[in-house]
Design a binder for this molecule. Structure first.
Ligand SMILES: Cc1ncc(COP(=O)(O)O)c(C=O)c1O
Length: 311
């Protein structure tokens, strides 16, 4: 599938017959967020944050990122002539550093430490310099607003409420927003039910999954010293998920699931998605497909199952 690089949102929904056949899932849909202008779902949340920064009269936007959100913020900031500073851990392998600096003109700040250290450094600089803090968790309502339309787009095209919607999870913003979209439609009487939400993230460490596996009533951070970050899992690995409380609540309230995904599965499913559906997804984005497979694969299940391919 071609990346359009033009239009935000209203991303393609693919009936993944061939992939579904390979995984033993009868009605599998892929919501392909890679068609957004900078190639991931992060465009949705970046655009809303840059709009808010403009509305408040800021001239500079900052964010800590693994690379994808940074590229999206840099892109939308450049469209609106705002400055942006993107804080990324020095040891990360993001392929997006040149694009961030030279295509969108953002200032790249390499930080010694983990993803969360980059977020904290950017937050500190934002408060000292009166810059707009676009980090996950800084304005949770913006994340909910940004991703809720994915739920509406799904319902509009499928015409029914899916039985499950699976989402790759890092901070949990995307998942929480999608759930919020379904919940809003239910509250306003459009829908009778919401889908069960499947959170899928790396076995390198994520508190949404570890808390679910530990059957905890509330989310608890993953032990920082047990984090195992790799080139493949960088968009998903967190010891603290900044919107993790909202995501965790969404999984529990929907009666959903949370699944760990290995790097080997990310690579194998990336290949499978390419071979069966001709979609070039990034490895972290196919975590959702792995999650769906863990929950309903090879079970002769007749329900409607959506996996959100985030990029
Ligand atoms: C491609 C991709 N998918 C999923 C995620 C996780 O999204 P969230 O932080 O909203 O949980 C990220 C985060 O950077 C990402 O880049």
């Amino acid at each position: 599938m071609e990346k359009s690089h033009e239009v935000l949102g209203n991303t393609p929904l693919i009936i993944a017959k061939n992939l579904g056949k390979a995984l033993g899932i009868d009605r599998l849909y892929l919501k392909y967020e890679g068609s957004n202008p900078t190639g991931t779902q992060k465009d949705r949340v970046a655009s809303v944050h840059v709009q808010k920064a403009l509305e408040y009269g800021y001239n500079t936007v900052v964010v800590g990122s693994c690379g994808n959100y940074g590229a999206a913020i840099a892109y939308y900031a450049s469209l609106h002539h705002l400055k942006s500073l993107i804080y990324i851990p020095r040891q990360f392998h993001s392929p997006r550093l040149e694009e961030i600096q030279y295509k969108y003109g953002a200032r790249l700040m390499l930080v010694d430490g983990m993803y969360e250290d980059s977020v904290e450094a950017s937050k500190r600089d934002a408060s000292e310099n009166n810059w707009f803090d676009a980090n996950a968790g800084a304005h949770p309502e913006l994340g909910l607003e940004a991703y809720a339309p994915i739920a509406q787009e799904l319902f509009q095209v499928i015409g029914e409420v899916p039985d499950t919607v699976s989402v790759p999870v890092g901070n949990g913003t995307t998942l929480a927003g999608i759930y919020h979209g379904f919940e809003k439609m239910k509250i306003s009487g459009f829908l009778k039910k919401v889908p069960k939400i499947i959170a899928a993230s790396t076995d390198g460490g994520n508190p949404v999954i570890s808390s679910f596996k530990g059957r905890l009533a509330k989310i608890v951070d993953f032990p920082r010293d047990k984090i195992r970050e790799t080139e493949l899992n960088e968009p998903l690995v967190n010891y603290h998920s900044y919107d993790g409380d909202l995501a965790y609540e969404a999984v529990l309230k929907s009666g959903g699931y949370a699944e760990y995904v290995t790097d080997e599965e990310l690579l194998a499913f990336k290949k499978l998605v390419k071979d069966r559906e001709n979609i070039d997804a990034i490895p972290a984005a196919v975590a959702s497909v792995v999650g769906t497979y863990h929950v309903v694969g090879r079970k002769n299940d007749k329900g409607i199952h959506v996996a959100v391919l985030t990029g």
